[in-house]
Ligand binder design. Structure first.
Ligand SMILES: Cc1cc2nc3c(=O)[nH]c(=O)nc-3n(C[C@H](O)[C@H](O)[C@H](O)COP(=O)(O)OP(=O)(O)OC[C@H]3O[C@@H](n4cnc5c(N)ncnc54)[C@H](O)[C@@H]3O)c2cc1C
Length: 382
């Protein structure tokens, strides 16, 4: 077995680490407090090619791989988790869906700007009555003449609120099979299309600089050619790219845990109680040891899943393990980080209070922890 990263992967990791430390981390607290969208940072990430790492150069990418992208996502998330999520949704999910299932014309028009980071993508699956049970969506798409007409609504949609969001790839029902099963298709709906209404922005307990909106379709007409992929395969397509999203949530979780460890280690070495730094008390240092171990495990898990993907090998279980383990550990690690900081850790001024609030969402998005366990138990044959 060879655990060594290639020169290119190391270069990506080192570049993203430096960028995260110098550009993102100093702004993260302010972004969370004000809810500002850091367009200048996003532009710099685009200029460094982060959004296009796994795509060929002819589609605006840099011809790298999924391991490289996920190293980037970990490092960016260490600075600010919402920018890791931007990469997850735009690159791992939306751009990939167009890359894998799109026509040449769709790739040229929509993938290139996404991979270049000139545009941001949104993913529309969840609805008010269809979350974990994604097959029960109600949004409809009827083909009339040369146009699809969409009606319905999606909720909790990340990224669509950015000014430079260009599109949402959305799942909708286009009919029923004889047995009553829905025919689900996915569509590219450009932002700005009449009838695509960006609804209310949600107030969230954290992740405030990541836009989350309701999206409504009211007789929203798009050209027939905006069908993405094969008719009737829309849900399968959406779920297949969500599998990569799970690897990305694993990497985001590891980035958050690494930030927790770094903050906690330096605090524990400085904070003196009973005449010594608290890092000298085993009750504290053992927490730090567990953090380091869980980071290593989470990192190995997301890297293995990404490596399997790069090698076109099955990775459904590994993506679920990476997401489930790393997101659940992120909550524990963030809680321990606050504990090590004592009362100070509960204050907004200390980054660990932000990490603690941010960690919870990782167990919910892109398939809850329970959904990951369902995936794993199915693979076990339960
Ligand atoms: C900030 C944020 C951003 C998001 N961004 C996007 C986005 O960009 N695009 C998008 O499409 N969606 C997005 N989502 C939606 C997210 O993916 C869903 O919230 C998630 O899939 C869970 O669905 P739900 O909220 O409807 O919960 P539900 O499915 O109602 O689940 C509620 C609880 O029941 C449990 N549960 C449900 N079914 C089962 C079962 N069979 N067995 C055991 N337990 C079960 C769940 O695990 C959970 O604990 C976002 C959500 C948030 C909060």
């Amino acid at each position: 077995m060879d655990f060594a990263l290639s020169d290119e992967q190391q270069m990506i990791r080192d570049m993203c680490r430096k960028f995260s430390d110098q550009v993102i981390a100093p702004r993260a607290a302010q972004m969370e407090e004000t809810g500002e969208y850091p367009y200048d940072i996003i532009d710099q990430m685009a200029a460094l090619g982060m959004m296009g790492i796994p795509f060929p150069e002819k589609y605006g990418g840099s011809g790298g791989d999924w391991v490289g992208l996920h190293l980037c996502i970990e490092e960016i998330s260490r600075g600010d988790i919402t920018l890791g999520a931007l990469l997850d949704v735009t690159t791992s999910i939306v751009a990939q869906e167009i890359y894998v299932f799109g026509t040449e014309k769709q790739k040229k028009r929509w993938l290139i700007p996404l991979a270049q980071g000139k545009a941001i993508g949104a993913f529309g699956l969840t609805e008010p009555d269809a979350g974990s049970d994604a097959a029960s969506i109600r949004t409809t798409a009827r083909l009339i003449g040369n146009e699809w007409i969409l009606n319905g609504s999606k909720q909790f949609i990340t990224n669509i609120g950015y000014d430079n969001a260009s599109l949402i790839v959305v799942a909708a029902i286009s009919g029923k099979l004889t047995g009553g099963k829905s025919i689900i298709n996915t569509f590219i709906v450009p932002k700005g299309t009449p009838g695509l209404i960006i609804g209310k922005q949600y107030d969230k307990m954290a992740w405030r600089s990541s836009p989350t909106h309701e999206v409504v379709f009211e007789d929203c007409r798009i050209p027939k050619e905006n069908l993405l992929g094969e008719e009737g395969r829309g849900l399968a397509q959406h779920l297949s790219v969500l599998q990569t999203g799970r690897i990305s949530i694993g990497a985001i979780s590891v980035g958050l845990m690494q930030a927790c460890l770094e903050a906690s280690l330096s605090y524990a070495k400085e904070r003196v109680q009973f005449g010594k730094p608290i890092s000298k008390f085993q009750a504290v240092s053992f927490k730090l040891a567990d953090m380091a171990m869980n980071i290593e495990l989470g990192r190995l898990m997301y890297l293995k899943a990404a490596w399997l993907k790069d090698n076109n090998l099955p990775h459904t279980a590994e993506a679920a393990y990476a997401k489930l383990f790393a997101s659940e550990m992120a909550e524990k690690v963030a809680s321990d980080a606050v504990q090590i900081h004592g009362g100070y850790g509960y204050m907004d001024k200390y980054a660990v209070s932000r990490y603690y609030k941010a960690a919870k969402l990782l167990q919910i998005v892109e398939g809850t922890s329970e959904v990951q366990r369902i995936i794993i138990t199915r693979l076990l044959g339960c």
